[in-house]
Design a protein around this ligand. Structure first.
Ligand SMILES: [Zn+2]
Ligand SMILES: [Zn+2]
Length: 176
């Protein structure tokens, strides 16, 4: 989510409301949804991204920036991705539109939590997954966006499984 106006940079401002991925003065919010073009100071732009499997059959259209980007070094993520760690971005469920046919694989975690991974039955790439009990958000593998400028991870999980040669962003939060 990006808005170019100074007023919109901090969504924690009291008296402001979220509209179309940006933040505007509360009183303008309703008008802007209908007459946004009449308020040229409020150039609200929404980041749109498409995550896709390898063959393109299954995709996820995502609006706005992720609420969390993390890397996970656990062995299950290594096996799922075929890489040495998983990188994933979490989005609100309503910001994601799925297109195509997916097959589900349910993984049970160390503590019994279940995660539903949806992958393309043709090419096998995972395009999104949802954790049981957290259906209000969807995680999407960062690589599925094929976008080198995607926001960097801010959390690193399961570092006791981390490959020794990996270097992470200096300000990343380390979690067990
Ligand atoms: Zn595919
Ligand atoms: Zn993992």
């Amino acid at each position: 989510m990006r808005c170019r106006t100074r007023l919109c940079r901090d969504s924690r401002w009291p008296g402001y409301a979220a509209v179309g991925g940006g933040v505007v003065r509360q009183g303008l919010a309703d008008k802007l949804t209908v007459r946004r073009q009449k308020y040229p100071l409020f150039h609200i732009t929404m980041t749109l991204r498409i995550a896709s499997c390898s063959c393109g059959q299954l995709s996820a259209r995502v609006s706005g920036d992720p609420i969390r980007v993390s890397v996970c070094h656990c062995l299950a993520c290594q096996r799922r991705t075929g890489s040495v760690f998983g990188a994933q971005a979490r989005f609100p469920r309503q910001a994601v539109e799925i297109n195509g046919t997916g097959t589900e694989y349910v993984r049970v975690g160390d503590e019994g939590g279940r995660t539903r991974f949806t992958f393309c039955p043709t090419c096998g790439a995972t395009v999104y997954y949802v954790m049981d009990g957290r259906e209000d958000s969807i995680a999407i593998p960062v690589g599925a966006f094929a976008e080198s400028s995607f926001p960097a991870p801010t959390f690193s999980v399961y570092e006791d499984r981390m490959h020794s040669w990996i270097t992470l962003p200096i300000d990343i939060e380390h979690m067990a």
